[in-house]
Each structure stands twice: as structure tokens, then as C-alpha cells.
Write a protein that binds this ligand. Structure first.
Ligand SMILES: NC(=O)c1ccc[n+]([C@@H]2O[C@H](COP(=O)([O-])OP(=O)(O)OC[C@H]3O[C@@H](n4cnc5c(N)ncnc54)[C@H](O)[C@@H]3O)[C@@H](O)[C@H]2O)c1
Length: 476
């Protein structure tokens, strides 16, 4: 069992102001796998003071020097890649190959996007002969991250913050704090000056709120649920902090009758099940044109039944357990709600998959004949549960259902008609729209409309979020 009770403040590992242990559980066994400390407002004060003291020097460090330290971070990340992956797998149940792949791989991938962005970013530009536009770091920033893609979220916040010249305090999820502590070691090994990066573990109501309310934090960057994001906004209001939020999603995946149906459905199902359905951009509402709906339901059943569930420590392409007991209970309860509200259970359902009597494993589940008003079509389930909704009114009807959600993070659509793909893609109220499974490149803007948040992470957009704009006008 790991014992990691210290926080990383001002370039060293230090004891919390007050002892307050929290047990971290391995979702595969439900056993305690680590003990960490929950911090208090005194720990936040200490970390913020360190970040504040480091700010002037780091902000004045030339961009090329900041970039060089980030390059060293990239080199250290390569050496410690497996440590990061193993921590992720242990704390949140990602199967080890997936943890080594997409999960830990998100670090170098985002770093590449940000290094490219630093090279092309307009740090300073002429507005007129007299006026110069200067991009300056916002100041001390508070970063709060969730457990589902722990390193991905840390990379999307810490890298652009320090690249822009900000200093920061990170509070990772108390459910998945282990990879964040490996990350702190990487920052230390890369040689960031003391105080530039600080880490305090803790829960939302204590450490999270102390950060949002802190008078010396200039900006909060938060990823997590809409509920907690709204609390961060409220806490930040008194001191008029800048707040950027990456929140939940209930992303539509429109499948038109003219699409390559087997490809669209198989990809839609595997994408939904990836990370055990715990991705904010998961294509959780499959909206299928009536002409091909029955065939699509059959294909989805086959694809979901082909998804293997297994131990995160085993190699292979299976999915692991859900990340926590609370998440397991929430998913079970929403599956029950789907059945009670009259959706047709095509495969999966409540309970653990066969062969599991321990661990927070859920069954890959598909519901058909879902209406967009049902709870399972409106609420983010955050588990391996796909909802299928038929439509028969052409593009207008598909767009209406797709946009009828409080969220607007991602949207997906499948069609064989390029004009239709472009037309419908533009009508979807979401920050990231992908047609026929097209990929997104390192440095693309990540973020959503409506209650999915504000601001954009990644590349130049991520850097922009951490900068203030100054106009300097001079006459002599
Ligand atoms: N849009 C995105 O980029 C993105 C990415 C990943 C996850 N998410 C969302 O995150 C959610 C799942 O993560 P979660 O269950 O860890 O969410 P959560 O909101 O419960 O927790 C996220 C973080 O917020 C902290 N927190 C909780 N209450 C707080 C408060 N009052 N003040 C300050 N901080 C507080 C938690 O300690 C944790 O670090 C899902 O809704 C998912 O869609 C969004």
C-alpha cells in the first residue's frame, strides 16, 4: 500500500498543516491501495503564498526559457511514462494497456500541442505605430481536476498555465490523486523554479472552496461536474476571478441512413464504452434514422456484447471497472431508471458482469427506443451505457434532438454525403464536432457550449485562457 501523505509546495514535499488521512481505493478490488492527506485552508494558504512569491520571476522569464523547461518535462515524462500509467490504472481502474496508451499518452500529446502553440502564439504584436498588444500571464492560478482522465486534465491545465508564465496550485481529484503526485515529481525533476507548481490534495468543499475563495488566486481553471463548476464560479465571484470550466456532456451521435452503418455503429459503441464510459465527450446518445434503426440496434447489441470487461492489471483491450463505489451506485441506479421509464434493454443491465463478485465492474449496456425526454437521455450516466433514439424527420429532426440538451461539449455524425455532413455539423451546438469518425489533432480547442462550460483547453486557445491582454500605447 502506498503512503503518500505529503503535498508538494514551494519545491519540496511537506507535511499537511493538520493530519487528516484519506484512504484511496483500488476499483478492481475495492481494497485500500493508498493513504493520502486531505488538506485544509492552511495548506492552500501556504501553496498560494509560494505561487505568489514565484510569480514575478517566472512571469519575467523569457518564453524560450519557459519552453526549454517544458521540453525537459517532456523528456522526464518519457522516462517515467510507466509510473504514470501504473498510478492511473491503480487509482481509477484503467486497464494497463489503455493507461499506458491514451491515458498517460495524453501528457506528451498535449505537450506537443502546447510547444507548437508557444511558437506561433502572438505574445506581442503591433496594433498601430503607437500601440503594442502584449499577452501577459494572468497570475496565480488554481487548477482543479477530476478522476476520469487524470493526467490528461492535469496536462491540459498545468502545461499552458506555466507556458503562459503563470504559477499554479493544483488540486487533483481525491479519488485519483496518485498520478498527480507522480506528475509533481516530474515537475520537480524537470527543474521548474520552486513555487511555480504546487500540489495540495483535498476534497472539493474544503480545499476546492478555499481555492475559489482565495483573494490571492487570480484565476480558477476547473474540470469536473456542472454542480461543482457552478460552486467554483460562485466562490470566485467575490474576488472577480477569471473562471474557465470544462464540465459534463451528453453528446449526440447522429447516424443517417446513408452512412456506412456497420462502421458507424461499431465505432459509436466502442467509443461509448472506452474508459468504461467515463469520458465527458462520450457519444452517449445515438440518434439513428428510422430506415436503418432496427439494423442499427442489432449491430449495437453485437458490438456491446463483444466488449470485454476485465482486470485493469491484465494486458489487453478490455474495459475496467468504474472508478468508485459512488460511480458504481450512480450507474446502477440510472440503468434501473432507464428500465422503469420504459426504454428497451437490448443488452447488459443492472449488476456486475458474469464472473465478477467484487470490484466496481458494470455491464456494457445498450438501451433502444429511448426518447430524448427520458432521464437516461438527459443525464450524464458516466458509465458503459448507450442510449439509442430513433428519428424520422430528416436533418431538421436529427439536429433538433441533438441540440435538445443542456450540454454542448461534443457531437458526432455519420453520413455518406459530404454536403450534408458539413451542413449538419455547422448546426450542432457543440464545441467539437466530428464527422464519420474523423480525428482531432494535438493542439485542437477542447471545450463546450452551454452547461458544458466555457473557455477552451489545448493549443493556442489553452494558452489564451491563461493570459491577460494589455495594450501599451507610447508617445515621446
Ligand atoms: N469537459 C471536460 O473537459 C471534462 C473532462 C473530464 C471530466 N469532465 C466531467 O467531470 C465529471 C466527473 O468528474 P468528478 O466526478 O470528479 O466531478 P466532481 O465535480 O465531483 O469533481 C471534480 C473535481 O472538483 C472537486 N470539487 C468537488 N466539489 C467542489 C467544490 N464545491 N469546489 C471546488 N472543487 C470541487 C473535486 O474534489 C474534484 O477534484 C463529469 O461530469 C465529467 O463530464 C469534464
Amino acid at each position: 500500500m502506498r503512503e503518500q501523505r505529503q503535498f508538494y509546495i514551494d519545491g519540496q514535499w511537506v507535511d499537511p498543516a493538520k493530519a487528516n488521512d484519506l484512504e484511496v481505493h483500488d476499483p478492481a478490488t475495492e481494497d485500500v491501495c493508498a493513504v493520502i492527506s486531505l488538506g485544509s485552508s492552511a495548506d492552500v494558504d501556504k501553496a498560494v503564498a509560494a505561487a505568489k512569491a514565484a510569480f514575478e520571476g517566472w512571469a519575467a522569464t523569457p518564453v524560450a526559457e519557459r519552453r526549454a523547461v517544458l521540453e525537459r518535462l517532456g523528456a522526464v515524462m518519457k522516462v517515467r511514462h510507466d509510473d504514470l500509467a501504473e498510478a492511473i490504472s491503480l487509482e481509477m481502474g484503467a486497464p494497463i494497456d489503455f493507461a499506458k496508451g491514451e491515458q498517460a499518452g495524453a501528457g506528451p500529446w498535449h505537450l506537443k500541442g502546447f510547444l507548437d502553440a508557444m511558437d506561433k502564439f502572438a505574445w506581442e504584436e503591433k496594433f498601430t505605430d503607437r500601440e503594442t498588444i502584449i499577452r501577459e500571464p494572468v497570475g496565480v492560478v488554481g487548477l482543479i481536476t477530476p478522476w476520469n482522465w487524470p493526467v490528461n486534465q492535469i496536462a491540459l491545465k498545468v502545461i499552458p498555465a506555466v507556458a503562459a508564465g503563470c504559477t499554479c496550485v493544483l488540486k487533483p481529484s481525491e479519488i485519483a490523486p496518485l498520478s498527480a503526485m507522480v506528475w509533481a515529481e516530474l515537475m520537480d525533476e524537470a527543474g521548474f523554479p520552486k513555487g511555480v507548481f504546487n500540489l495540495v490534495n483535498g476534497d472539493g468543499p474544503t480545499v476546492g472552496e478555499a481555492m475559489s475563495n482565495h483573494p490571492d488566486i487570480d484565476m480558477m481553471s476547473f474540470t469536473g461536474s456542472t454542480r461543482a463548476g457552478s460552486a467554483v464560479m460562485r466562490g470566485s465571484a467575490a474576488s472577480i476571478k477569471r473562471v474557465t470550466l470544462e464540465l459534463g456532456g451528453k453528446s449526440p451521435n447522429i447516424v443517417f441512413a446513408d452512412a456506412d452503418l456497420p462502421r458507424a455503429i461499431r465505432r459509436g459503441v466502442t467509443h461509448m464504452m472506452e474508459n468504461t464510459g467515463q469520458s465527458c465527450n462520450a457519444p452517449s446518445r445515438m440518434i439513428v434514422e428510422q430506415d436503418v434503426y432496427d439494423e442499427a440496434v442489432e449491430l449495437a447489441k453485437e458490438a456491446a456484447e463483444a466488449v470485454k470487461v476485465g482486470n485493469p492489471r491484465d494486458a489487453g483491450g478490455h474495459i475496467g471497472p468504474l472508478s468508485s463505489a459512488a460511480q458504481f451506485d450512480k450507474v446502477q441506479s440510472l440503468i434501473e431508471t432507464g428500465m422503469a421509464e420504459g426504454a428497451r434493454l437490448v443488452t447488459g443491465g443492472p449488476g456486475r458482469p458474469e464472473g465478477f463478485n467484487r470490484g466496481w465492474y458494470a455491464r456494457p449496456t445498450v438501451f433502444a427506443d429511448v426518447t430524448n425526454e427520458m432521464t437516461i437521455a438527459r443525464e450524464e450516466i458516466f458509465g458503459p451505457v448507450l442510449t439509442m433514439i430513433p428519428f424520422s424527420g430528416g436533418e431538421d429532426e436529427a439536429v433538433r434532438i441533438a441540440n435538445d440538451t443542456p450540454y454542448g461539449l461534443a457531437a458526432y455524425l455519420w453520413t455518406g454525403d459530404a454536403n450534408k455532413g458539413d451542413r449538419v455539423g455547422r448546426r450542432l451546438r457543440a464545441g467539437m464536432v466530428r464527422v464519420n469518425g474523423a480525428g482531432l489533432s494535438a493542439g485542437h480547442p477542447f471545450g463546450g457550449y452551454k452547461q458544458s462550460g466555457n473557455g477552451r483547453e489545448g493549443g493556442v486557445w489553452g494558452l489564451e485562457d491563461f493570459t491577460e491582454v494589455k495594450v501599451l500605447s507610447q508617445r515621446y
